[in-house]
Design a protein around this ligand. Structure first.
Ligand code: SF4
Length: 336
């Protein structure tokens, strides 16, 4: 029996072991398309049918961040090629961004801010007001990504009905110190723990192609398995000028598809969103991400880079016979 004669039912309930996850990343192209991709597609469609989700974000506060994440153009540690610097947008602006995303066809909307975390009362008031209004004025599922947050502040967002909280672990535990030195991997875990305790659905993932080796990619997937997030945003490094990773071009389109499939096989029932770096790393293979196991993608622009036109993504979904709905409206039961 070959390595890939695996029982879909068994993987769906238990996920694959680390050696199989590594084999996904190391197999040749023929094996990938013949054996691995059909398995990943079967798992995705068992969990979600033909339904995918479109997430959209607003960069609600940009740049001047004191952290030193080596991939990030918003860090103040790297001067050259920095992203724009501005303070927190008003609630009106954030709600307008949400409405635009809703018009484009997004099903989820996330408010993302630069910096270690939101600590000012005034800023928290703005965010609480914006989220409350997004729920009243659109049918979007809301989410926020605000850095390392105090539990009492997260509770204010929960109290106005926000159900998702996003916080990436960025990379595997063992590779994390190569990417961030101003805070620890355990700080990320702590923040996610607070959000979980408050009953948020957790969205946590990271970036492939930052110089980590294949074992560390597998470790990253198993770190996520331990965290047990509800959804996983998977980014592919789009090297930003001026950052320490500016010259790193580590990923082929096939590496990206294998990365998606590996995570689908390790975490078969989770929402898996392909986010930043999709266009630049996958090129013409972008429409293969759903066959590779993704259950969603990002619509519109990323934090500091532009995405392809939303209409192109909406058309791609139609062409593939998929339907975009918000994750909580997929009506799937992950326990089945
Ligand atoms: S990823 Fe977030 S915390 Fe890290 S430098 Fe960028 S804005 Fe700051």
């Amino acid at each position: 029996m070959g390595l890939w004669n695996l029982d879909v039912e068994h993987i769906y309930h238990h996920g694959v072991r680390a050696d199989v996850a590594l084999a996904v990343l190391t197999c040749d192209e023929k094996t990938y398309f013949r054996e691995v991709m059909p398995l990943a597609r079967a798992l995705r469609s068992k969990a979600f049918g033909n339904k995918i989700s479109f997430c959209s974000i607003t960069n609600a506060k940009s740049g001047a961040c004191i952290e030193d994440c080596k991939f990030c153009a918003q860090s103040s540690h790297y001067k050259e090629g920095q992203s724009p610097v501005y303070g927190l947008k008003s609630a009106d602006q954030i709600v307008a961004d949400a409405k635009q995303a809703w018009d484009f066809g997004a099903t989820e909307f996330s408010i993302v801010t630069s910096g270690r975390g939101i600590t000012k009362e005034r800023e928290m008031d703005t965010l609480v007001n914006a989220i409350d209004r997004i729920h009243q004025e659109t049918n979007l599922e809301s989410c926020a990504s605000l850095g390392l947050m105090k539990k009492e502040d997260l509770k204010r967002l929960r109290d106005v009905g926000m159900i998702n909280y996003h916080h990436n672990i960025e990379t595997s535990r063992s590779y994390f110190p190569n990417i961030v030195t101003t805070h620890q991997f355990d700080d990320e875990i702590e923040s996610l723990k607070h959000a979980k305790e408050l009953g948020f659905q957790i969205c946590s993932g990271g970036i492939l192609g930052m110089g980590e080796n294949l074992d560390q990619r597998v470790e990253f997937a198993f770190n996520l398995k331990e965290i047990d997030p509800d959804s996983i945003p998977l980014n592919f490094l789009n090297p930003r000028p001026g950052t320490p990773l500016a010259h790193l071009h580590d990923l082929t389109p096939l590496d990206c598809l294998k990365g998606i499939s590996m995570i689908r096989l390790v975490l078969p029932k989770k929402e898996l969103f392909v986010c930043g770096g999709r266009e630049v790393n996958l090129g013409e293979w972008q429409d293969k991400i759903f066959d590779a196991g993704a259950s969603g993608t990002m619509l519109g622009n990323y934090l500091t880079t532009r995405g392809q036109a939303p209409e192109d993504d909406v058309n791609m979904i139609k062409r593939l016979g998929l339907e975009a709905v918000a994750p909580h409206r997929k009506n799937y039961d992950p326990s089945i």
